[in-house]
Design a protein around this ligand. Structure first.
Ligand code: AMP
Ligand code: MN
Ligand code: MN
Ligand code: MN
Length: 311
């Protein structure tokens, strides 16, 4: 069993990178990827401990992206009047280390996150909540995400639980939602490919049309042309029916099926490392082997068109 989707204190998880690597070892995981939002800091720390302890460690990242206008038009029939979703894209550096140019590219995303956090505090204060950015910041490290806001609202008694904080205020379509400057999805796939990373569409079940095979086919076709290489099939929030649908789609588009728990420690207490919610995730080791093979064959073939090799 492996876990290719986890968060640490470097983003919105509650477990430090070294402790997460130790937990992976105790949980008998055959491989662990850290996929913090918009940062590689957790991977840098985790990789050192993983090599000391002999844990098979994969450097990963989770990017928040926006559909480009051409992609919006493609899925418009299924979007209706709904707000445009933020789409998460995982990137795995299974063969090569992330280059310095990639590191500077993600720094821009951290800046837009900081700006969003300022606006989010103001919106939440508008709901009458007595909170400050300093208080939220105390709950996290260098990078603050919405789960930290959920935690503060819970601690101050403004919501009954963390999920209520998302449902009423923090989710993309909820009361205090703030649109953030995010990189384009197709563009980000190109950047990952240009930096020898394997791009994987994260938790398709979260897409507003995540159960609609026709919509997913239209989107995946466009994303495959942009260089997408994998689809996250197994995830704590996916039902067995969704897993079956995504596995089938991955097979038909030639995408590597990947998966992970999306572990966040105590910020998402129902999700266990490796096994998800009540054991609903189990990712076999051979998925990682396929990912490595994909990266290797891509490295040997011609570079992707439009890949931002300069980034
Ligand atoms: P951020 O990166 O600050 O935009 O926060 C995004 C994170 O918040 C996601 O990775 C999830 O951990 C969490 N999140 C976003 N939307 C929801 C939701 N509707 N329900 C629960 N958690 C969510
Ligand atoms: Mn998160
Ligand atoms: Mn995500
Ligand atoms: Mn995640």
């Amino acid at each position: 069993m492996i876990d290719l989707h986890t968060h640490t204190t470097a983003s919105d998880g509650s477990v430090s990178p070294p402790d997460l690597v130790r937990l992976a070892l105790q949980s008998d995981l055959e491989a662990l990827a850290i996929t913090d939002h918009d940062t590689l800091d957790g991977c840098d720390e985790g990789a050192i401990v993983a090599s000391e302890l002999g844990v098979d460690f994969i450097v990963g990242i989770e990017l928040s992206t926006r559909l480009e206008p051409a992609l919006v038009e493609l899925v418009r029939p299924w979007l209706g009047s709904r707000r445009l979703p933020s789409i998460h894209l995982l990137g795995y550096f299974v063969e090569e280390a992330p280059p310095a140019s990639f590191r500077s590219w993600i720094l821009g995303h951290q800046e837009s996150r900081r700006k969003r956090n300022h606006e989010l505090v103001e919106k939440l204060r508008g709901f009458g909540f007595d909170i400050t950015l300093a208080e939220v910041s105390r709950l996290g490290g260098k990078l603050i995400g919405r789960p930290h806001f959920a935690e503060l609202l819970l601690q101050k008694g403004y919501v009954k639980n963390r999920q209520e904080a998302f449902d009423l205020y923090l989710a993309d379509n909820a009361g205090a939602a703030v649109e953030r400057d995010e990189p384009g999805l197709a563009d980000s796939i190109g950047v990952l490919r240009g930096n020898s990373a394997v791009p994987v569409l994260a938790h398709p079940g979260r897409l507003p049309f995540g159960n609609d095979q026709d919509a997913l086919r239209v989107l995946l076709e466009a994303l495959c042309s942009a260089g997408l290489q994998g689809l996250e099939v197994w995830h704590s929030e996916h039902s067995p029916a969704q897993e079956a649908l995504y596995e089938d789609l991955a097979r038909s588009f030639g995408l590597v099926p990947t998966g992970g728990s999306d572990f966040h420690g105590s910020h998402k207490p129902t999700i266990a490392l490796g096994t998800g919610i009540n054991g609903n995730v189990c990712v076999p080791k051979d998925r990682l082997d396929s990912m490595r093979a994909t990266a290797r064959s891509a490295a040997m073939s011609t570079p992707v068109e439009n890949s931002h090799s300069s980034v």
